[in-house]
Each structure stands twice: as C-alpha cells, then as structure tokens.
Design a protein. Structure first.
Length: 481
C-alpha cells in the first residue's frame, strides 16, 4: 500500500506538470506550477494576458494570476490524498517496528548504545593522551591506602603552557607595560596575563596516607594554590574514570566522593551573601564527608571578619581531621599552619615565590616596584609553611599598580598591627607551658602518633593542651598504652 500511495502521488504530479506544459505551448506564455497550503497545487500565469477558457478560481496579484482548471484541481486533490495515505502507512510501520524492538530487541539496543558510548569515551581518552603536549602515565588505582602523585600537572593549564613553549611564546612583559599573549595552536585561543617568564606552573607532588591525611596549603596571592587544589582533584577524577593522568607517577586509592568548597560568589535572587553561600557549601561537605573522601577547601572564612573566619576555618579543619578524609586546605590565615604543631597527621606545604631585584622589579600595569623587589612566582610546591615576609599581599597590590603612597601607608599600618599583637602575646606569656609540660606534650605527641594517629584529634581536643594538662598527659599516655 505504501508503494501504491507513492506511485499515485508521483503520477499525479507528472500529470499536473504535463498540463502546465501543454498550456504553455498552446498560448505562447509560460505557465508555472505552484503549491500553497490553502489552494494546493495550482497554476501561475503572467498578468495582463488573455485568460484561456476553462480557468477557474483566478486570483490576480501584482504581476501574476493564480488559477487552476478542473483537471489540475482533481490531480491536486489526488496527490494530497496520496501523501496523507503514505504518511499514515509510514506511521503504522514505524509503530510496529518500535513495538517489536521493545518486546524483542530492547536489551540488545541498550547494549549497543552502551558499547558505542564506552568506545567513544575510550577514544576521547586516547585522543587526549596522544595529542596533549603533557606527559601522561597510567595510574595505579588501589582499593585503599596512600595516595601519591609525583610530577603532577593541571591537565588544562599545563597543556596550554606547553603549547606556548612549543610555539616559542614568551610570557614576559616588557618593562612598564602589561602583557597580553594570544596563542593559537591546535585550535586553542588563550589569553594570559603574567608578570614574568617564570609564570609556568611546575610539576608538583601530592601525598596522603592514613598517617598524613591533612595538608595545609599556603602561599602568596596568585602563586597557584587554587590551581594546585584543582589539579589534585582532576587527577583523582581522571584516574577513577579509567583515563591516564598528567603525572610522572600516580597511585590513586578509590575515593567514594570528591567534596570541594572553591571560589566565591553570592546569589542575589535568593538573598544569599558570599559568606552565607560559603557556609552552606561547607555544611554540605561536613555532612557528606567520609574516611574515603577527597576534600578540597579553598580559603574558607574569607567572607567575614578575620577572627571569626579563622575560628570557623580552624573548627572545620579539626572536624575534617576527625573524619580521616584526605584533605587539601588552602588558606591565607597565618595561624592555620599551626595545626601541624598539634596534630601529627597534618603537614604544611606552600607554593614557592622569590623576590626580584629592586632595580628590575616592574608592575603588571606599568608601575615600577619602588624601593622593594616584586614577587616572582615560581609555582613550585614545597614542604613547610609560607613565610609572609614583609607582606606578600601588599607586594601583590604594589605590582598591580596601586599608588606608591598607599602601599607605603599599608606597610606602616601592617607593622603597627604586628607590633601590637606581639605586645599582647608577651603580656599573656605568663601562663605559657613550663619545660616539663612541653616535654610531656612532645612525648604524648610521639607516642600517640606511633600507636594510632587517627585518635590524636580525639585526645587533643578542639583547642590543644593548656598549662593545666600535665596530669592529663600522664593519664592519656597510660590509657593509650
């Protein structure tokens, strides 16, 4: 029936065009075939000519006359009926085929779909590893245990930087001018803003184990802390997806969740401020964290006052310590690295920077460095806490073109704040621990670390030891051993 409907339609169309050609030959002017929704197939003849007999439904336009004949009208109806019949038959055939697939071949169809999707994913992995300028390695995925990443690179930032190197593009800015580099390589268009030729991120390490499961990351602004954080998360995610990772070596234990609190932002539509959004997200992290999570926290508490922000950051860090989750905690609070003095499963790392000579220091927007050298970002992760020196935040502001008078005033005010803080510390040092108490503290720290590091946070408590802890130290040591 479908073939009959198609044949009927084609024959009707052929007869309509033959009728138009016959009228053209008979009357000496061109007769065209047209179609519209309201009239179907009809004839178009030029305006101003004598209408031949037999035309019906003539409608004159500006330059043409739309009309038809009894024969053409009948053929148009037949063609439209054939089209409707063909569509109905086609719909019935498709429904029959769909019903057959649902009852007999649906499992096979799903299997083919999943196979094609898996093949496409594997091809994407292979394409990434083959075309990327970075060196990839096959990660060793384990059920549990330590996580080690040696020579890790950010899969996006590192690839773009390698493209710059291969294209011999320098990221150095001429003295007194800002730098904007446009890179077009492998269909990639990138814009960089940098201060010096040393702005390339270097391969970095990341190591976690049940004995060292919490790392506090410090460093100056723009030194690469957030990139380091995201790099670790992306490498873990890529490894668990089954993809090679941009690193020299990687051992990745399976993580049941990757939890992050990164970035700043508010929600004006729902009347949510930056700090409120930050607290909601960290509350969700604490609610979902397990011992097999990877947690990434970026500058928690910066949306409120320094004292309250530090208090929140410290309390959240201790809660994460008690969960035994592998945690990267990026912060600018100078007190946060002190966690490593209280908890043996905490280690500090920092992103290295150096000071350029004062004579060659230049700012990002053309301002000279003044009497001090500008920061040089080495982007290299090293053990230990960051030394704030004379204020890397002020140096960064100076490099961005802040007026020299404001920079100098900021340095003076910073010195005054530090002096006032030291005076308070000296005044309150009368209640400090004695030498015997310090020895007992270090002994307990060593013994608990050797016996069961995960219980350290439980014994130390949220505020560490005080001067009245000597008797408690002996009791805790006796209990543990």
């Amino acid at each position: 029936m479908l073939d009959v409907a198609r044949t009927t339609f084609l024959q009707s169309m052929e007869d309509i065009y033959q009728a138009a050609d016959a009228m053209t030959e008979e009357h000496g002017y061109q007769v065209k075939v047209s179609c519209s929704v309201s009239r179907g197939y009809h004839l178009i003849i030029p305006a101003g000519v004598d209408l031949p007999p037999g035309l019906i439904q003539a409608v004159q336009n500006t330059k043409t006359i739309a009309c038809t004949t009894e024969e053409v009208s009948s053929l148009s109806d037949r063609a439209n009926e054939a089209v409707r019949t063909a569509l109905l038959i086609t719909h019935d055939v498709i429904q029959m085929l769909a019903d057959e697939i649902r009852t007999e071949a649906l499992d096979a169809l799903f299997a083919v779909t999943e196979s094609v999707a898996l093949l496409d994913m594997i091809f994407g992995f292979a394409d990434l590893v083959t075309l990327s300028p970075l060196a990839f390695c096959r990660p060793e995925v384990t059920a549990d245990g330590p996580m080690s990443i040696r020579g890790g690179r950010h899969p996006i930032v590192g690839a773009v930087q390698e493209d710059c190197k291969s294209a011999n593009v320098s990221l150095s800015a001429p003295p007194g001018k800002s730098m904007r580099v446009i890179v077009r390589h492998l269909h990639i268009r990138c814009v960089f803003f940098a201060f010096s030729a040393s702005s390339f991120l270097l391969p970095s390490f990341a190591f976690f184990s049940p004995f060292i499961n919490f790392r506090v990351v410090t460093g100056p602004n723009n030194s690469g802390k957030s990139t380091y954080l995201k790099q670790a998360g992306l490498i873990v995610l890529m490894a668990q997806m089954g993809c090679y990772v941009p690193a020299e070596m990687a051992v990745i234990p399976v993580r049941t969740s990757l939890l992050s609190r990164i970035g700043t932002g508010d929600d004006l539509e729902n009347n949510v401020s930056t700090f409120l959004m930050e607290m909601r997200e960290i509350a969700q992290v604490l609610e979902r964290v397990t011992s097999r999570s990877l947690v990434m926290i970026d500058e928690l508490g910066r949306g409120t006052s320094n004292r309250e922000g530090l208090a929140v950051a410290w309390a959240v860090a201790e809660q994460l310590l008690s969960s035994s989750a592998y945690t990267l905690f990026v912060t600018h609070y100078s007190q946060m690295p002190g966690l490593a003095d209280l908890y043996p499963n905490v280690e500090n790392i920092h992103l290295q920077t150096a000071l350029a000579p004062a004579a060659t220091a230049t700012g990002a927007t053309g301002g000279m460095g003044g009497h001090t050298g500008a920061l040089r970002y080495l982007h290299k992760a090293l053990d230990g806490r960051c030394d704030p020196g004379d204020g890397y935040g002020i140096r960064t502001a100076e490099m961005c073109g802040l007026p020299w008078e404001i920079v100098e005033e900021a340095r003076v005010l910073r010195t005054q704040v530090i002096d006032a803080t030291k005076a308070k510390e000296i005044k309150g040092s009368a209640g400090a621990l004695s030498e015997a108490e310090k020895d007992a503290y270090e002994l307990l720290r060593t013994l608990v670390s050797a016996r069961q590091p995960s219980c350290w946070a439980k014994w130390v408590g949220p505020h560490g030891f005080t001067s009245s802890c000597c008797v408690c130290l002996v009791c805790i040591v006796s209990y543990v051993y």
